[in-house]
Design a binder for this molecule. Sequence first.
Ligand code: G3P
Ligand code: CA
Length: 280
Amino acid sequence: MTHARQPHIQVVAHRGASEDAPEHTLAAYKKAVEDGADALECDVRLTADGHLVCVHDRRVNRTSNGRGAVSALELADLAALDFGSWRYGGDPGDTEGPDWDEGQDPADPRDTSVLTLERLLELVAENNASGRRVQLAIETKHPTRWAGQVEERLLHLLKRFGLDTPPADGPSPVRVMSFSARSLHRVRAASPTLPTVYLMQFVSPRHRDGRLPEGVRIAGPGIRILRNHPGYVAKLKRAGHQVHVWTVNEPADVELCVRLGVDAIITNRPKQVLSQLGRA
Ligand code: G3P
Ligand code: CA
């Protein structure tokens, strides 16, 4: 079902267009931009030598041909790995593989090496310079272990790209998300106007009335919260918050999000969701 006259809902590509290309690779983000996503979601972790890379898991085992924790590896170690072969069957040139769909080309191997946040920011900057606007929703992973270093490095990079402060006349091209209120607090302390998103897997008693940690403007509930407590969206809205929901892949869940009036849908399938919303 399409929704031709609904209010604008942002479609955010979760780990890039991660249903069509290996998650967190340049290939996945290029595809998301091509599909017309309004924003790109990525997770960031620190390497042993202090670089921020876009990797979801603590270890690289699931999404690369290597092994080990990101925090124990240097950027050069990660750069030697292939982050596409787990989707393309072992060898990027090999068309036989568990996730191989007929008619789908494997991504250019240059686009499936480890993705630094810096490179992703370049992609966003290149894209936005060409006139088409895409936003970035960056999630800090494991921020407690690093006692502020993830946020420090993140804000340093955003500053270099001129993205640490939203423009006076428009929406912020970047927002920072986390399950950790402390991480978001660190971000706001350093850059008070940068929007922050408080991610929630469940609703803790202190947030049951729709209020979020001090200074957070956006709520990021998981779709399961909406399925079990649809009234929670109205509570968050009454408390003055935007609502960005993850990870919404099923048409019935998109429908639920539309009905409840959420502001953003975070999905592995931006193309399909845009189509369901009547925007593709
Ligand atoms: O966008 C929020 C969502 O990505 C949080 O869950 O595990 O996919 O990072 P996860
Ligand atoms: Ca994430």
